[in-house]
Design a protein around this ligand. Structure first.
Ligand code: FNR
Length: 384
């Protein structure tokens, strides 16, 4: 039915086929009109690369570093809520694929497998993404759990003080596990493989929250709790509080504005992630790749810059690096793989991206990924 997997889009089609509609839509959607979601990928297509020839590109390397850690290519797995609904034990599978590939995996606060489950299933340290909750006692407890599990970086997400309205999730009645409505039961019946795999795991709801946050022990209390918990009063002062609880590496994720980047660079954090949350929060926000160059010019010499939102190929990674990112994160590119084929699918997504990155670098006449820069791009058809 499906031919060979040649690109991320092939994995997306397979994920759509295998994953129940409610969870597929959760992954493959943006907020409101989905304008920013679409812009994120389209903006990459508008960036053109200089083609160079007759350069000795025999020995090429895409090895790099991210906040001091050696990585096999400048890509990390972004934090994704409900990975364990794309595939049973999804967070464990993605973390294992990342570990074998030699790149960082980031576990979301809103994951299905818990911090402890992922730590037990892997050997290398992973990163933990934190949403600051109104319940600061619970937030502090999560930080302590991440520390105890050996996480070597905290990714603090700043762009979700309020939740972007995602129409598909509302229409589908998104919940984990799915509520037994006629619509969801009919849909689950068409996805028998997914259902069998889910029955084989204990991980079917938010593993970092249920049984850990006070008073959250069933679906009703969970949905009430999460709706109230994301802290809208989060401010730059809150970062001082986080730093008093976490003494490891700190990445500030969700910066899409020069002024915010300038403030972030003064916080003492180790890196920022230029991101609009993959078009899931402010619809109408600029595509992150479009603001990256200005942010890099403003703070690139003060703080390490990572970028995500819209990356679907190794060529996109190349463009992000050329515009000033030290490294990138990918979201959908790996969850399509996860939904399609579990751990093997994540590995496939990473192999595709690495191969495309290496080839693009070769076509651009570069041999070391760390030397890629604006000189590799065209602006309005002319050299920079
Ligand atoms: C996300 N993202 C996200 N970010 C975060 O900090 N915590 C989270 O729990 C989630 N959850 C989440 C779920 C899903 C389904 C998606 C697609 C995204 C945002 C994510 O980390 C990243 O910023 C984007 O995915 C990057 O855009 P692309 O690569 O998906 O286009």
């Amino acid at each position: 039915m499906f031919g060979p997997v040649t690109c991320i889009e092939d994995l997306r089609k397979r994920a759509e086929f295998r994953v129940p509609r409610m969870f597929y839509d959760y992954a493959d959607s943006g907020s409101y009109t989905e304008g920013t979601y679409r812009d994120n990928t389209e903006a990459f297509s508008n960036i053109k690369i200089r083609q160079r020839v007759a350069v000795d590109i025999d020995n090429r390397s895409v090895k790099s570093t991210m906040i001091g850690r050696d990585i096999s290519m400048p890509v990390a797995l972004a934090p994704i809520g409900l990975c364990g609904m794309q595939h049973a034990d999804g967070e464990i599978k993605a973390a294992r694929a990342a570990e074998k590939f030699g790149i960082p995996f980031t576990l979301s606060t809103m994951s299905i497998c818990s911090i402890e489950d992922v730590a037990q299933a892997t050997k290398s340290p992973f990163w933990f993404q934190l949403y600051v909750m109104r319940d600061r006692g619970f937030t502090e407890d999560m930080i302590a759990r991440a520390k105890a599990a050996g996480c070597d970086a905290l990714v603090l997400t700043l762009d979700l003080q309020v939740l972007g309205q995602r129409h598909k999730d509302i229409r589908n009645g998104l919940s984990a596990p799915p509520k037994p409505t006629i619509k969801s039961i009919l849909n689950l019946m068409t996805k028998p493989q997914w259902c069998m795999e889910m029955l084989g795991t204990k991980n079917r709801t938010f593993g970092n929250i249920v049984g850990h946050a006070p008073g959250v022990d069933n679906m009703t209390s969970l949905s009430e709790w999460t709706a109230k918990q994301f802290d809208p009063s989060l401010s730059w002062e809150s970062i001082e509080w986080i730093k008093s609880k976490w003494d490891g590496k700190l990445i500030l994720k969700g910066i899409n504005d020069i002024e915010d980047a300038q403030i972030a660079a003064k916080t003492g954090a180790d890196a920022i992630t230029v991101s609009n949350h993959g078009g899931r929060q402010l619809d109408g926000a600029a595509a992150s790749i479009d603001v990256l160059a200005d942010i890099a010019d403003a703070v690139g010499d003060k703080i390490e810059i990572h970028m995500d939102s819209g990356i679907r190929s190794g060529q996109d990674v190349f463009k992000a690096l050329a515009l000033g990112a030290k490294s990138t994160m990918i979201g959908r590119s790996f969850i399509y793989g996860l939904g399609a084929m579990g751990e093997q699918g994540v590995t496939k997504a990473l192999e595709i991206i690495k191969d495309e990155l290496d080839r693009t670098m070769g076509f651009a006449g570069e041999t070391d990924i760390n030397n890629v820069g604006r000189h590799n791009l065209l602006q309005g058809g002319k050299n920079y």
